[in-house]
Design a binder for this molecule. Structure first.
Ligand code: 13P
Length: 252
């Protein structure tokens, strides 16, 4: 079944007041593509200003703490993101799994906290180059999903999974079309096993060096329901051709 495509930009640690104009331009251009969902995940401190700049356009965060509140210096809760106007958050990005040593268990708690706060969630998984070299890519991702998927999902469109091979992030390299297809099919099987029919409705995004030049062929792969885009989401001129490629696929 073809799901409504989602193209999410992950601005990572980029974005100052002076970039609100770029967010305005992206939101304005995205209005031409109403048959797909487009969202920008910006630094937490920019969320409220972004929401005020582009009312009605979905703005997301990039991480949440798993606790509702408490003595967690420097952290941001899911309720805080929601309160700031975010509609969605990323959890479990490989940059956080690595630099902040986030475990699957912690990521699961974050995903559950975000869903409970009314946020949509993009849960990231992806293998290292070593794991792929050993032939363990699919097993690695299955293990990450097994440990980090939320126990229950209420609404079918609230959760998305992003497959982001670590070695493809910011490198210009991507897996082959066959490798992406195999991984997305395996993720779909895991989601079906876990959630039954509802697992069919969870969007599976591909992320890692998605560019205007490769977006169309990536969106043509079965079970690729959208993309999580890093570097190419920072500028309208790079991001919009990716959005347009997803839209063209949705229309085909
Ligand atoms: P790039 O698109 O810059 O490779 O980043 C991908 C990513 O990590 C998105 O979350």
């Amino acid at each position: 079944m073809a799901l409504r495509k989602l193209v999410a930009g992950n601005w990572k640690m980029h974005g100052l007041s002076s970039d609100l104009n770029e967010i305005r331009a992206i939101a304005a251009a995205a209005r031409d593509f109403s048959e797909i969902d487009v969202v920008l995940c910006v630094p937490a401190i920019l969320i409220e200003r972004a929401v005020r700049t582009v009312p009605g356009f979905p703005i997301g965060g990039q991480d949440v703490h798993h606790a509702e509140k408490g003595a967690h210096t420097g952290c941001t809760s899911a309720l805080m993101l929601h309160d700031a106007g975010a509609t969605l958050t990323i959890v479990g990005h490989s940059e956080r799994r690595d630099a902040q040593r986030e475990s699957n268990e912690e990521i699961k708690a974050k995903a559950e906290a975000a869903l409970a706060a009314g946020l949509d969630v993009i849960l990231c998984v992806g293998e290292s180059l070593e794991a792929r070299g050993r032939g363990d890519a699919i097993a690695t991702v299955a293990g990450q999903l097994g440990g980090s998927l939320p126990s229950v999902i209420a609404g079918e469109t609230k959760l998305a999974v992003a497959y982001e091979p670590i070695w493809a992030i910011g490198t210009g390299k991507i897996p082959t079309i066959v490798e992406i297809g195999e991984m997305h099919a395996a993720i779909r099987d895991t989601l079906r096993d876990r959630y039954g029919e509802r697992g069919e409705l969870i969007r599976i995004l591909y992320g890692g060096s998605v560019k205007p030049s490769n977006a169309a062929e990536i969106f043509a792969i079965a079970d690729v329901d959208g993309a999580l885009v890093g570097g190419a989401s920072l500028k309208t001129v790079d991001f919009m051709p990716i959005v347009a490629a997803a839209s063209a696929r949705a229309a085909s």
